[in-house]
Ligand binder design. Structure first.
Ligand code: ADP
Ligand code: MG
Length: 606
């Protein structure tokens, strides 16, 4: 028998190893950004085209590489960051495994330009399939630029596995944010297909958080700062009133490395106990620094979990530091001394809104048009209910909604109709509906959510919901990550009656709203839809469109506590039983419960 074992050629071995390190464009982005940070850069620019599929380039002004190092950097297990096993427990850099560049060179076409401080010229190297194609001196600024083109060009199976550009770009933005948050002293920018997505000037940690998470956090952050011999914790947490229904603005960093930890998240949530609603999440960006020997970072490069030597101590420490910070903020003045001086001086910030200004604004005819009843543009306060009202008002008086209620337990059967006569609203939340078998208790919000969900589903599949042009189009500025998300959802949102147009960097203009909802609070509505979407977005089993439909239905449904007129109740009940699945919301909550008369009779001994 011949021997059958042989060594794999380097480029194949590298390709296989690359699968571990570079799973998608965002993993390469993380590695390249971390290398730039390790090189001591204070300006780092990330450029991507086609969500990194055709180009990922990172340009830094760090220390650069010598000619020999530039060649060595692409070898597997080539690193300047550790020398022996003991170094592993004293890691001060982001990288140390010496695998990233070798992996990247195995699955993309790479162009490196680098020039060390004080060197006359730089060096240019081109690599493809782990093989150097070209090497020559080049004029270049100090620092390093690495461009990787056509990721997975030689591994089509992996290339096909990539998600849509919108989805991959979102992963890139996530990685970018995680690095940018940890190093507020470094300038970062991100541009995608020639459009600038982030431009983050150097600043304080608080300024960086606000740059990334959005201006709405500027006055809503509480500083956390505790030091002990064992560990330090610092950063910011959101005031309780800024808690959102979304997980997403939560960041832990251990020794400047982004980590995910359900355990530490729990510690923070515990510190907020009683201060926020049960299903809401506070924003936090917390940095934990401790002796590297107390953490095991020798985990897989793409894993974000971490092992602490003593987890319980860290938990208790995080919880008490956050509690302490929250207890203090209520007596701390909210003046923000870190606000840019030029912004601080703006009239809008420094001068109070005077009565005189208020009067002149409200005297304008524009204002009146929108505030006086019976004007043609009068805005319905309960905008969601408007179309029901129209429906009824257009009917002949005396036209009754007659019909026999069927068996409510079987959705989809001969759609039951409300009994004529009285529907009763309880607690502005429930509607009591008498049926021939007993009565049903309808949850008004859940019922409306089901109705809207089916209406929206039909709209995205076929005829779009009509749009009413905005008389005064509002612009809406979003945090960059939210803008990327909204761009992704735009086609479907517009199909549902909105007319949103991108308008430069992270800004959108609301040109129109669904014809059957009133105008006036569309900005807030869209922000809430995004919030809700993010809340659903960890759920991988649903498509983007499905998540959007569910978010919109939930957001636009009438809330408990809303009084309903008889006509509104009737319309709600009738619409509900027109649905193909009237008995539950898309998210699986019941829309009504049935109480049978014969069961009730028994309870009363009859
Ligand atoms: P690691 O970061 O784990 O050492 P990499 O493969 O990411 O492994 O990089 C290999 C080596 O190349 C690094 O140790 C570093 O010396 C050098 N290097 C990589 N990127 C840069 C950069 N942007 N500037 C300077 N040196 C770099
Ligand atoms: Mg590295």
């Amino acid at each position: 028998m011949p021997d059958i074992i042989h060594l794999l050629p380097d480029n194949i071995a590298n390709q296989i190893a690359a699968g571990e390190v570079i799973q998608r464009p965002a993993s390469a982005v993380k590695e390249l950004l971390e290398n730039a940070v390790d090189a001591g850069a204070d300006e780092i620019r990330l450029i991507v085209n086609d969500a990194g599929k055709s180009l990922i380039q990172v340009i830094d002004n760090g220390k650069g590489m010598s000619e020999t190092d530039a060649r060595m950097a692409f070898e597997r297990h080539a690193t300047s960051k550790i020398r022996n096993i003991d170094d592993l427990f004293q890691i001060k850099t982001m990288g140390f495994r010496g695998e990233a560049l070798a992996s990247i060179a195995a699955v993309a076409q790479v162009e490196l330009k680098t020039r060390m401080q004080g060197e006359e010229a730089g060096i240019y190297i081109e690599i493809e399939n782990s093989r150097v194609q070209k090497q020559e001196p080049v004029a270049a600024p100090y620092g390093t630029s690495i461009a990787m083109k056509n990721l997975f060009f030689n591994v089509p199976a992996r290339r096909n596995f990539l998600k849509s550009n919108a989805a991959e770009l979102r992963h890139i933005v996530d990685e970018f944010i995680r690095v940018a948050m940890a190093f507020p002293g470094i300038f970062f920018s991100l541009s995608s297909n020639g459009q600038q997505v982030f431009h983050l000037e150097k600043g304080t940690m608080k300024q960086r958080i606000v740059q990334v998470l959005g201006n709405s956090y500027a006055a809503k952050l509480v500083s956390v700062q505790e030091q002990t011999d064992y560990m330090n914790i610092y950063g910011f947490v959101g005031k309780p009133e800024s808690a959102k229904k979304t997980r997403g603005d939560q960041y832990f960093f251990v020794n400047n490395r982004f980590i995910k930890s359900a355990y530490l998240h729990h510690a923070v949530m515990n510190a907020y106990a009683e201060m926020i609603a049960r299903d809401s999440f506070p924003a936090y960006t917390l940095f934990i620094d401790l002796d590297p020997s107390q953490v095991d970072i020798n985990v897989h490069p793409t894993k974000q979990e971490i092992k602490f030597e003593d987890e319980k101590i860290v938990y208790a420490f995080v919880q008490s530091a956050v509690k302490h910070a929250l207890a203090q903020f209520s007596i701390t003045p909210t003046l923000d001394f870190e606000l840019d001086a030029s912004i601080q001086q703006l009239d809008a910030v420094s001068k109070p809104f005077t009565e005189a200004k208020k009067a002149s604004a409200s005297a304008s005819s524009l204002y009146k048009t929108f505030t006086q009843k019976n004007q043609s543009h009068f805005i319905e306060s309960k905008s969601e209910l408007k179309h029901w009202r129209d429906f009824y008002e257009s009917k002949e008086p005396g036209q009754e909604l007659a019909g026999k209620p069927g068996n409510l337990h079987q959705p989809g059967t001969a759609n039951p109709k409300p009994a004529t006569g009285n529907l009763t609203q309880l607690h502005h939340t429930y509607i009591v509906l008498q049926t021939d078998k007993g009565y049903s208790l309808i949850h008004q919000q859940n019922a409306h959510e089901r109705i809207l969900y089916e209406r929206f589903s039909k709209a995205v599949e076929g005829r779009p919901i009509a749009t009413q042009p905005s008389l005064f189009p509002a612009t809406m500025e979003l945090a960059a990550a939210d803008a990327v998300l909204l761009n992704e959802l735009l086609p479907d949102i517009n199909q549902l009656g909105y007319l949103l147009e991108p308008f430069g960097l992270n800004t959108f203009v609301i040109q129109g709203t669904p014809a059957d909802t009133g105008q006036g609070n569309e900005k807030a509505t869209i922000e809430r839809i995004l919030e809700q979407y993010k809340h659903f977005s960890s759920d991988l089993k649903y498509s983007r469109r499905e998540k959007l439909l569910r978010s919109m239905a939930l957001q636009q449904s009438i809330k408990p506590g809303t009084p309903l007129s008889d006509m509104e109740m009737k319309q709600l009940v009738e619409d509900l039983f027109q649905c193909s699945t009237p008995n539950a919301t898309a998210n699986g909550k019941p829309t009504y419960l049935e109480f049978r008369k014969d069961e009730l009779d028994k309870l009363f001994g009859k």
